[in-house]
Design a protein around this ligand. Structure first.
Ligand SMILES: [Zn+2]
Length: 204
């Protein structure tokens, strides 16, 4: 994937990508990302550059992500610490595959369950719900399992073949049904006021 630009729908998606992407050198990770710096390429592409360090082998890399200009502007105008939309479009992610989103959902929902602060739990819950919504964007209505092109790596495809029930569409829909709608969560967060911490780095 290194010869094509990494295309993200938001800065939130960039940081979630780092959480599920193995290190290019040792194949493990996770990658720790520094601050995203705005960048522009060829006068046509805008986005961010993130310096990443592997938490296992310390290998460093510089990752470039195309991010739509209006999504970058939305971050600047949002109140500090407010929860971010991962992908406001109906288009599935091009950098995190269906299995990646389900993994992220599990990790973030666990963090939400452990959070002692109500505001933090709400924000993590909002993020977890969006991860499930992102996973569901890959499915056809009539198929219980995701299509082949919903997997971006051979490792991911192999894990799915070993445990197909994990990615059953009905299972994801059941999990999603236990959480409130995105609108309801946004309203609740707005009425509770913003948080001080940048939401996408709860583990950093
Ligand atoms: Zn490494």
């Amino acid at each position: 994937m290194s010869d094509v630009p990494l295309v993200a729908h938001s800065l939130a998606e960039v940081y979630l990508y780092l959480m599920v992407t193995p290190c290019g050198k040792c194949g493990r990770g996770p990658l720790k990302g520094g601050d995203a710096k705005p960048a522009e390429w060829d006068n046509t592409r805008v986005g961010v550059v993130v310096e990443v360090t592997c938490s296992i082998c310390d290998d460093q890399a510089r990752l470039e992500f195309d991010v739509p200009a209006e999504r970058l502007a939305a971050i600047k105008s949002a109140p500090r610490g407010s929860a971010a939309k991962i992908n406001p479009t109906p288009e599935p992610s091009r950098i995190i595959d269906v299995a990646g989103w389900v993994t992220l959902f599990g990790v973030i929902a666990d963090a939400a369950a452990r959070a002692t602060d109500k505001g933090e739990a709400r924000m993590l819950g909002y993020e977890a719900a969006q991860c499930l919504d992102e996973a569901l964007k890959f499915y056809d209505q009539e198929n219980e399992l995701p299509p082949e092109d919903a997997f971006f790596s051979e490792a991911s495809r192999r894990r799915h073949r070993e445990h197909p029930q994990k990615l059953a569409r009905s299972r994801l829909i059941d999990l999603r049904a236990r959480l409130p709608s995105i609108d309801a969560m946004e309203k609740r967060m707005a009425s509770a006021g913003g948080k001080k911490r940048r939401w996408w780095k709860p583990w950093g």
